[in-house]
Design a protein. Structure first.
Length: 444
């Protein structure tokens, strides 16, 4: 394909995506027609726990499905009174009536008329709340990572499986049309044997520092002990409350927030999960602002099927981001950072040692949707509706969603291994039989 093909502007791309989901075209072959689903005319009542920045986005996404998928946000919950009141007002605008507002997640989960809950709290509480929601018999949409303490993630997974609830983990790119095309391309054999995957996602700025809410919150307006959950008590800290991704005890930082998306797509594309081993390195080289987690991070993960994944992020430089799936027959290149819809397939032909001009002889093409004439953008926001729609479809059909609790477990383990490798300086190994992370290989 001609490299100079005209680029589609971002607004056109997003509008087309909304049209696709409206017609169910973007949901893939597993999407079910609502006219054939038992109970399709029954409204699904959803409660939402944790409504900060991402939670506000999820509320809007649900509202965009209120007619096509017959859903309503009937309860909201946040420890901080400001978020709770804001969420209630926002949903009044969406549905014309106020949802019930709860401060305590336990009270929301005890509401018998709620069919499902969304969990978008700080990540250290994801596993515990997922477990409680499963035990309450609620279907769940839980933001990624599913957790960052192995024992808690295992307990949450087991609760979901035991009670057979429908749990969707919020790695939404699995549900988007371009990653699905990329997966189909890999599964077709077009790349041949894939031996290495490179993910490089960069950003220039003190990521996760500088939240304006830090100056707004007062300890009397929230419940600090409930926010800490299982963590040891410490004095109230508004920076930790909103900038938790920077602190070691509460987040893996780059691994939990960014690598989780990249590694989940690796698992999805390659039909492999739970790395055999992981090494990692990095540090605070760009932003000496009191953060504990690295602003520059790199991890290498080896997988059982026989390929290596390299993940790298710098917050001190915005050099172009990309992902490359490198096979013996071709390379699949995702141009841009997390969520980029632009995929290019490049033939693997010859080598640079024999022919320095070999790149000019390699055929290439972009992955485009049917009828698409311009290139999609190299970035997209987190407002796609397909993933939420898939969860709602599966609540009605009782089929498993595209990002199951087992998928969430696998990407959480990969991120935990990378985080532990970074902090210990030791290579980490996954013991699949015992489901343990160790700093030594399993004995034969």
């Amino acid at each position: 394909m001609d490299k100079t093909i005209g680029a589609m502007d971002r607004r056109t791309f997003l509008n087309n995506s909304v049209k696709l989901i409206g017609g169910s075209a973007a949901l893939g072959s597993n999407a079910l027609s609502y006219s054939r689903i038992a109970g399709a005319n029954d409204r699904i009542s959803i409660g939402h726990i944790g409504i900060g920045n991402r939670g506000t986005e999820l509320d809007e996404i649900v509202s965009r499905l209120k007619q096509s998928h017959k859903v309503e946000m009937t309860a909201v919950c946040d420890l901080w009174s400001v978020n709770r009141e804001k969420a209630a007002a926002t949903n009044v605008a969406f549905y014309g009536k106020a949802p019930r507002a709860f401060k305590d997640p336990g009270e929301l989960l005890a509401a018998g008329d709620l069919d499902a809950v969304i969990i978008s709290t700080p990540e250290h509480s994801h596993s515990a709340l997922l477990k409680l929601a499963a035990e309450a018999g609620k279907d769940v949409y839980v933001e990624k990572p599913m957790g960052n303490v192995l024992s808690e993630v295992k307990t949450a997974r087991d609760a979901v499986l035991q009670r057979q609830i429908i749990a969707q983990v919020g790695t939404q790119h699995r549900s988007e049309p371009y990653p699905k095309m990329a997966r189909d391309t890999i599964h077709s054999g077009a790349l041949g044997d894939v031996s290495k995957i490179e993910i490089v996602w960069n950003y220039h700025g003190p990521r996760w520092r500088g939240r304006q809410e830090v100056a707004q919150i007062r300890e009397t307006d929230t419940d600090w002990s409930k926010w800490l959950m299982s963590k040891p008590h410490r004095p109230f800290d508004p920076r930790l409350y909103f900038e938790f991704r920077l602190y070691r005890e509460f987040s893996g930082g780059i691994a939990d927030q960014w690598m989780s998306h990249g590694i989940d797509l690796v698992h999805y594309f390659m039909s492999d999960s739970l790395p055999r081993s992981v090494v990692a390195h990095g540090g605070i080289f760009a932003w000496h602002d009191g953060r504990e987690n690295a602003d520059t991070f790199q991890a290498l993960l080896e997988y059982p099927k026989g390929f290596l994944v390299s993940y790298s992020t710098s917050f001190g430089n915005d050099a172009p981001s990309f992902t490359r799936y490198m096979g013996k027959k071709a390379t699949l290149i995702n141009l841009g950072g997390e969520g980029s819809p632009r995929y290019q397939l490049v033939e693997e032909k010859g080598n640079h040692e024999d022919n320095p001009e070999v790149d000019k002889q390699r055929t290439e093409k972009y992955l485009l949707l049917p009828g698409e004439k311009g290139l999609p953008p190299m970035g997209i926001d987190d407002m796609s509706v397909e993933h939420m729609a898939n969860w709602i479809d599966c609540m009605r059909s009782r089929q498993q969603p595209i990002a199951t609790v087992n998928d969430g477990f696998a990407q959480s383990v990969a991120c935990m291994m990378a985080t532990q490798a970074y902090w210990t300086g030791k290579k980490q190994y996954w013991d699949a039989k015992a489901e343990e992370i160790n700093d030594h290989p399993q004995a034969d």
